[in-house]
Ligand binder design. Sequence first.
Ligand code: URA
Length: 242
Amino acid sequence: MEEDNVMRLQKFIALSGFASRRKAEEIILEGRVKVNNQIIQTLGEKINIKTDIVEIDGKRIEISANHIYIMLNKPVGYVTTVSDQFNRPTVMDLIKNDIKMRLYPVGRLDYDTEGLLLLTNDGELTYKLTHPKHNIEKVYIATVKGIPAKDELQRFREGLYIDDYLTAPAKIEIIKIMKGSCELKIVIHEGKNRQVRKMCEKIGHPVIKLKRIAIGNLHLGNLPLGKWRHLKDVEVNFLKKI
Ligand code: URA
């Protein structure tokens, strides 16, 4: 076997997106994994990723070694496109010194929004994640003018009209009150253009600052502004299972 093509079976399963490394071990011990038609029920078994055929519950799994998944903490003042007609800085400028492969943003954040942005070269996953039917929860912290009253919060929660579009039920709570403004935690499933800004505007509390802190199980955590990191296996697996 050529050294480069050799990998532990549980790692191969994790990289395929089927399960986390730990869960992969359980699946092996349960006798659900076959390599070249033979059940492998011990841990540490090595396979050739180029030539061996791996199946779980009778279904073949594969890895695509060239897929990269990263999260970026986008600062305000960057556009979420690969190039900009007005020559403004793009999110690509923040990764191009480190990653030479061509990545694409998954969805968008406004020029004036900061926070969690995913980038990948996995076109299938991008397509899936940006499809409206998947309804992944996106969590935002919005600083808005004034302090919304109970009935305004209720309108936001129940759905309201923006550009003739009725928004789906959303979550909103006040998390910090300041002088003349407050901080809101907002959870929406949709991704209409400038949706959070328009919804806040609609209840009479325009957005001063907007930051996305989570997409489903993926959290920005303490990733510094303008920095990026690779997603962990469990994070990629979460996205693939959606
Ligand atoms: N909603 C907005 O208004 N802007 C964003 O960038 C994301 C969600």
